[in-house]
Design a binder for this molecule. Structure first.
Ligand SMILES: [Zn+2]
Ligand SMILES: [Zn+2]
Length: 153
């Protein structure tokens, strides 16, 4: 059981790295056509960028299926992806972008740091020149601001 929980925890951690790399190189790369909607003011309830949630749900569902019927450890990796997706949704969509009119204002240094970092990601609404592609881990705001300045050249 402990091994499974460690696998679950590592999967959640790994997803932060995968989300960071995907955001930097895919969403701000060849799939900018979908992600661009997230860097523009939203016009309706949904945005094209929401499709990424479906993309990421596919490996999660497959791994949970494989884990349930064929190879146990896959279940914990699949659940790790699903849990990361839930944390990402709550942090990114509910807390930072306030899509569900969430009333609570966070005060902890960690929360303020990652919220500000993602807001700094949105300081640039173009494909290139953005900073801070992760979500649950972020460099200090002053470093991000310095990088923004440098990128703006
Ligand atoms: Zn972005
Ligand atoms: Zn965002």
């Amino acid at each position: 059981m402990l091994a499974n929980l460690i696998l679950l925890f590592l999967s959640v951690l790994a997803m932060e790295a995968i989300a960071n790399i995907t955001h930097r190189y895919v969403m701000h790369g060849f799939l900018w056509v979908l992600h661009e909607s997230h860097h523009r003011p939203r016009t309706g309830t949904f945005e094209l960028n929401d499709l990424f949630a479906f993309f990421f749900s596919v490996p999660s569902i497959l791994l949970i299926y494989v884990g349930s019927y064929h190879y146990g450890p896959a279940l914990w990796v699949g659940l790790g992806i699903a849990i990361y997706g839930l944390i990402y949704f709550i942090f990114h969509d509910v807390i930072v972008h306030n899509r569900l009119a969430f009333p609570y204002k966070f005060k902890s240094a960690y929360m303020l740091r990652i919220i500000q970092a993602h807001k700094l990601h949105h300081a640039v609404s173009a494909k290139h020149g953005a900073v801070s592609f992760g979500f649950l881990y972020a460099r200090p705001a002053r470093e991000l601001k310095a990088e923004l300045k440098r990128l703006a050249g």
